[in-house]
Design a protein around this ligand. Structure first.
Ligand code: NDP
Ligand code: OXD
Length: 320
């Protein structure tokens, strides 16, 4: 793509190319946090050659390739697989994903809540209430409960620290070594089975890449101890749905919390909706918070415009 004009020297023009967000709230926040930039909204974007920055969320494929002077793409989500799937994504423009305190706090709350839910036997107590049964049982100590987190980056790392801080026996699995105090790290495919064999509550916080697509299949589920739980808060494509249902029906898995699905919204006929061992959530475990995320984007835009390294720039070869 040839560059036209010298848009880099003028007031930066930022294109807000997002769907399914509160546009008014976002525009107000971006204009407040980045007063030095002009903010325009796709699709009424004026002369596309003016635009140097794009803030994207569910941006239709092909939009970014029409911006000849684009210098940076800022995702309002942590997962960027949908952006990377755009066949016309400008190859040389840095793509920065969202690593943000608001998002992290939401995920930390949600994962902790569901781990505690399973740890404290809340599914059984709900069933007891339905049958008017009084059946108290002493729960295991947190150090007797083995939690395993697939993916311990910005989000999984915080969840691992919180759960370890509550006393759980936490292990992590990552691509390369990821030491976290009080958390036993496994890495690489060669150590996946060993990690799974000791995991009673499995949390998935991996990015969706060619390597992690369908990683939670029958083999993975069979490697867990019988009666384990799954919490998938990453992407629906990490899970092979039919394998999960079989594992739940056979008793290999005692329950699953699913916040993400292969198709969203989850189709009305999908068996997950009515499965007694599945909790279905509409992709809400961590939602981008306009207050914190607009600040994070503004800080990253300033780093990029100053020619400084922007943390959380996506490595396109790795896919995250
Ligand atoms: P990060 O990139 O910070 O962390 C990714 C982690 O996954 C790293 O520990 C990385 O290993 C590990 N990983 C990646 N590929 C592999 C692999 N092939 N084998 C083993 N480990 C691997 O991501 P975030 O924590 O910011 O986000 C994780 C995901 O959470 C997002 O991609 C998104 O899909 C999902 N998400 C879901 C939300 C929801 O509402 N449901 C909200 C926000 C995010 P290493 O440390 O070695 O690099
Ligand atoms: C994200 C998400 O990736 O909300 O940020 O799923």
């Amino acid at each position: 793509m040839t560059r036209t004009g010298d848009a880099g020297d003028r007031r930066p023009v930022l294109l807000f190319a997002c769907q399914n967000l509160d546009t008014d709230a976002w525009l107000a926040a971006l204009r407040r946090e980045l007063p030095e930039a002009e903010v325009r909204v796709w699709p009424e974007a004026g002369d596309l050659a003016d635009i140097t920055l794009a803030v994207v969320w569910r941006c239709p494929a092909g939009v970014l390739s029409r911006l000849p002077n684009l210098r940076g793409i800022f995702s309002l989500g942590a997962g960027v697989e949908a952006i990377l799937a755009d066949p016309q994504l400008p190859p040389a423009v840095p793509l920065v994903r969202l690593v943000d305190p608001g998002l992290a706090a939401g995920m930390n709350e949600f994962v902790t809540m569901r781990v505690l839910h399973y740890h404290r036997d809340m599914e059984r107590y709900a069933a007891c209430q339905r049958s008017h049964t009084w059946d108290p049982r002493v729960p295991p100590l947190p150090e007797e409960r083995k939690v395993g987190i697939l993916g311990v980056g910005a989000l999984g790392g915080l969840c691992a620290r919180t759960l370890a801080g509550l006393g759980f026996d936490v292990a992590s699995w990552s691509r390369g070594p990821r030491p976290i105090e009080g958390v036993r790290n496994y890495h690489g495919r060669a150590q996946l089975d060993e990690f799974l064999r000791r995991t009673e509550i499995l949390v998935c916080l991996l990015p969706l890449t060619a390597d992690t697509d369908s990683i939670i299949d029958w083999r993975t589920l069979a490697a867990l101890p019988r009666g384990a739980f799954l919490i998938n808060v990453a992407r629906g494509r990490h899970v092979v749905d039919a394998d999960l249902i079989e594992a739940l029906d056979s008793g290999q898995l005692a329950g699953a919390t699913l916040d993400v699905f292969r198709e969203e919204p989850l189709p009305p006929q999908h068996p997950f909706w009515s499965h007694p061992k599945v909790a279905v959530l509409p992709h809400v475990s961590a939602m981008t918070q306009v207050t914190t995320a607009s600040r994070t984007v503004a800080a990253n835009v300033r780093l990029l415009l100053a020619g400084r390294p922007v943390p959380d720039t996506v490595d396109r070869l790795r896919g995250y």
